[in-house]
Design a protein. Structure first.
Length: 464
């Protein structure tokens, strides 16, 4: 039984969940218009806003809005008739449940519609903090078993390992890297040294990776929506709507499971852990984790290029299968998998990498330095994972897997040396001697990778 379930795109989910609301609106347009009309006045909105902090007396409301007593009473009468305000005692006024819900919805909608500029987001953040102090009903949720991101250049591995550990599974990035097959993969963009290589994974290959993670003791529900969102000031109105809708999907998933989720684009184009939400912000643990709590991340700060993706977890059966994980790792390493358009995977990707490095200029520094760190980390994980599997084997299988482990360890050292030539940075110099030396190191790494895969194939032939 697979641990992976592929869910419908968000557009379909939204249509299904909102269809009954549309029918309600169409069946009662006059009543809805009357309700909205009760608030369509700045003085009445001011009265409602003051009542968001709690019950108030008539004198307090008169002072707050600066109108005559008759004017305030008239506005309050319309709000009472609209069902948004009630009188708990003589001369006292308070929001009804409908009034609270409507004002919270209006406040959120206004914030979303004006969140495009950084200055406005900062102003709204202050407003949000003040609203929180007034206890007006913004939502909070923190999962019972909070997860911490485990340090890894491959953020998918660090995030999933953190969640599995929180669920009670003895798990680290060696296990997630090996079981998923990700530690054995090399994936590159064809045209240039692009930093997207480590994360541009084909859907079917990603599904296979999730199957491997599921073997470690999880049932995983994947939510995916094509087309990502930019971050910050680059978000347009539709981006904000989609980011808000996605936030609701993640929040609902966390409500349903009471377990952390793994989300793409938290807070930079990486996978991160969401441990809950505070108002309209994610409570996160990410690649930036330095052993201390990170500030909540407002949904408009999501940075998810390409797609909106989230993983939701439930405890599952632990199904250790050394043969299955070795076969998966070998397919990943040989590139016998589905590959995203415009990318190359497997041992042939080393030739492409060396060629691109030899012909690039300083513009390729970031992509090259980032990939180097990711793939050096991956090969270190592959070697460590094979070492663990070898300890559970005997005879020739054990020997071959140890030899493969050693080959990956030596490859990791070569890629680490490559990383010292080009330390990770967004900018740097790529002079010809360094590029020539780098290309040599890449081809030496390819030889070690091929040696390891030959040993894995031989070891697999001994499994029954």
């Amino acid at each position: 039984m697979t641990s992976f379930r592929w869910y419908k795109r968000a557009t379909m989910v939204e249509l299904e969940s909102n269809g009954h609301l549309q029918r309600l609106m169409l069946s009662s347009p006059r009543e809805v218009a009357y309700l909205l009309g009760a608030t369509a006045n700045p003085h009445r909105l001011t009265l409602l806003a003051h009542l968001m902090a709690g019950e108030k007396g008539l004198d307090q409301l008169i002072d707050a809005v600066g109108l005559s007593k008759n004017a305030v009473v008239n506005h309050l009468y319309q709000l009472v008739e609209g069902g948004l305000v009630h009188r708990p005692a003589r001369g006292r006024y308070a929001l009804t449940v409908d009034g609270v819900d409507l004002m919270n919805a209006v406040a959120r909608m206004f914030r979303d519609s004006t969140a495009r500029s950084k200055a406005e987001r900062e102003r709204l953040g202050l407003l949000y903090a003040n609203m929180r102090k007034g206890e007006i009903g913004m939502r909070d949720k923190l999962v019972t078993r909070r997860a911490e991101y485990q340090c890894s250049w491959l953020s998918f591995l660090g995030a999933t390992a953190g969640v599995l550990t929180a669920m009670g599974t003895a798990c680290d990035t060696v296990e997630t890297g090996g079981s998923s097959g990700y530690a054995f993969l090399l994936n590159l963009r064809k045209e240039f040294l692009c930093p997207s290589g480590p994360t541009a994974i084909h859907d079917r290959t990603f599904k296979e990776m999730l199957d491997g993670i599921g073997d470690l003791g999880a049932v995983i529900r994947y939510y995916g929506e094509e087309g990502g969102v930019p971050t910050g000031d680059r978000m347009g109105e539709m981006d904000l709507v989609r980011a808000r809708s996605f936030f609701e999907v993640v929040s609902q998933g966390i409500d349903d499971t009471d377990l952390p989720a793994v989300v793409w684009g938290i807070p930079i184009p990486e996978w991160g852990i969401v441990n809950g939400y505070e108002g309209d912000a994610y409570i996160v643990s990410t690649i930036r984790n330095e052993g201390r709590p990170e500030p909540p991340l407002h949904y408009s700060e999501l940075n998810a290029p390409g797609c909106l993706s989230a993983l939701f977890f439930r405890p599952g059966e632990v199904r250790p299968n050394d043969r299955s994980s070795l076969e998966r790792g070998m397919r990943m390493g040989m590139g016998k998998i589905d590959v995203a358009p415009g990318y190359v995977a497997g041992t042939k990707a080393y030739d492409l990498w060396a060629d691109l490095l030899g012909s690039t200029d300083d513009s390729g520094y970031f992509g090259h330095s980032y990939m180097t760190q990711c793939w050096a980390s991956a090969r270190g994980l592959a070697g460590a994972y094979l070492e663990r599997i070898s300890e559970r084997q005997v005879g020739s299988k054990r020997r071959l897997l140890k030899e493969a482990s050693q080959a990956y360890a030596e490859e990791a050292l070569l890629l680490t040396e490559l990383g010292r030539l080009f330390p990770f940075s967004f900018k740097g110099e790529m002079d010809e001697p360094k590029r020539a030396r780098g290309a040599t190191l890449i081809m030496e790494a390819k030889g070690k990778d091929e040696d390891a895969l030959v040993r894995i194939k031989e070891a697999l032939s001994l499994f029954k």
